[in-house]
Unconditional design. Sequence first.
Length: 344
Amino acid sequence: MPTFQEIQAPGSHAEPSEALRAFVFSANLEMQDITGDTATSTSYQACEEMLIGSPESSTTLLCLEDDQRYPLGYLQITESLKDNLDTLDVDFLLHAELQPLAEDAPEAEVRETALTLIDEAIRQGDRRAKRFLNTWLPVTNHRYFQWLRSVLEACGFEPKLEEAHGWIRVPDVPADPVLDAGLNLHVWRDFRIDDAWRGQVAKMLELGDADVPNGALHTTPAPWTLERIESLQKLTVRRGNRIVHTAISNNDRLLGYTAVVWYPTGDPSVAWQDLSVITPEARGRGLGKLLKQHSYAAVREHLPTVQRVCSQVATSNIAMLRLNQALGFEGQTTWVALQKTIGV
């Protein structure tokens, strides 16, 4: 009878376990099958950091093995420690040798493995007294993912949010334009934000969390405090991540904020778009495009290896989609968030 085994983070200076190697290989094979792009692949180092965890989240990785201890699939469980405290994020992954081709219907062993992973995810949510389970699936003609979505929906998962994933090529973004009189540009790195502006950046982060389109997903944002920012600064330094924060102000008030994150555990030519937000009273004046143009100029200066910035935007967020398209956004895939209510 198949059983679950937890995959642990390797110790200091230890080689990745065979189980972790198999997970990374399987995850990359699936993602390349979905996207056709190797630049967004994961790595042993990225998975190690994920399993070590952070003040923001904790991740458990379970491997489903058959009677001969051969891996069948993986269940990744991420629990937020700040926001969405009543929710578990879960990801279902087949072992590489079970992953069917896009045109093939899933065979019995594949179906049984996926159903066992789903059952365990629901059990984990109940055991941890959560109210909701979230998972993401690609919107694709791949027959396995179409089957998996139908099974999840039959189990009570409902589609709540759709996102367009793609990237903007940094060298193609026009040079940063001159700011209008009265506007000032700020560029900070790795959460080393000037003390005079930290409180306002915290408010911008809270505004962004509240404003970002989440469709019908149940979410519970957490407050952004100066202590939380300081904690993320320490985490950024420990992991070796690099973050370029860009903001625009008028006199002593921030009007817009955005950030781009680069991870040393991934492809050096790829970074990731973080939150972008404009204050309500400053919207409709072209500040969003202006902010992003200056952000990419800062990326060119401070992250010279980066050629692409990956972005994930709700398909309902027409304003942000148009802004990104004006900067050369190239769509790659569409993903749907499914959410199941498991408690009250």
